[in-house]
Unconditional design. Structure first.
Length: 188
């Protein structure tokens, strides 16, 4: 072996190790991709999963899922959910870097959406089955909040049926009173 060949192999091995270390420092949803994630992707991921705004995004997702299930009988796909949440980017925070290959693009999208929805599932606002298309559904916490909200709303406002029956009873009392008055005046 020549010294140049050994040095070349060492440089290549060092470059591979450095690239592997750099990709390990990327967010978990971008692992295995050599190119760093765009800043917009990292900002959106943080917004979707942060303690400050994460619950709001998860609630918006759960409402969309509930509406879709009510309308179609099936849950939306992950793509439909994220297109609804980020319509200006067609479901993505920003365009992909040009140097990404197709497989890396799929891995990035799947990881990004998957880790966000896992966070929302941990919050209890959505749920889904792994590997099942259109399995997105609302979670236990969302159902509890919805029931509580419905119960609180029904306690605060009188039911239309009872309001109508009260009005009808008042009208009947007035009519009965008129008949009694009119009957007395005729008999006297």
């Amino acid at each position: 072996m020549t010294a140049g060949r050994v040095a070349g192999e060492a440089r290549a091995a060092t470059a591979n190790v450095i690239a592997a270390m750099a990709s390990d420092s990327y967010p978990i949803w971008w692992r295995g991709i050599d190119v760093p994630p765009p800043a917009e992707w990292a900002y959106m991921f943080e917004a979707f999963t942060s303690d400050d705004a994460g619950d709001e995004w998860a609630l918006a997702a759960a409402v969309f899922i509930a509406q879709t299930r009510r309308r179609t009988g099936l849950g939306p796909t992950f793509a439909e959910l994220f297109v609804h949440l980020m319509p200006e980017g067609n479901g993505l925070p920003s365009p992909f870097p040009r140097e990404l290959e197709f497989v890396e693009r799929r891995r990035a999208v799947t990881g990004f959406r998957g880790h966000i929805t896992i966070d929302w599932r941990r919050r209890g606002l959505i749920n889904f089955d792994k590997g099942v298309t259109r399995s997105l559904r609302v979670g236990r916490v969302f159902r509890e909040r919805s029931r509580r909200r419905y119960h609180d709303h029904s306690v605060r406002t009188p039911r239309p049926e009872s309001a109508m029956s009260d009005a009808m009873a008042t009208n009947e009392d007035k009519q009965v009173g008129r008949q009694m008055v009119s009957t007395r005046s005729k008999g006297e």
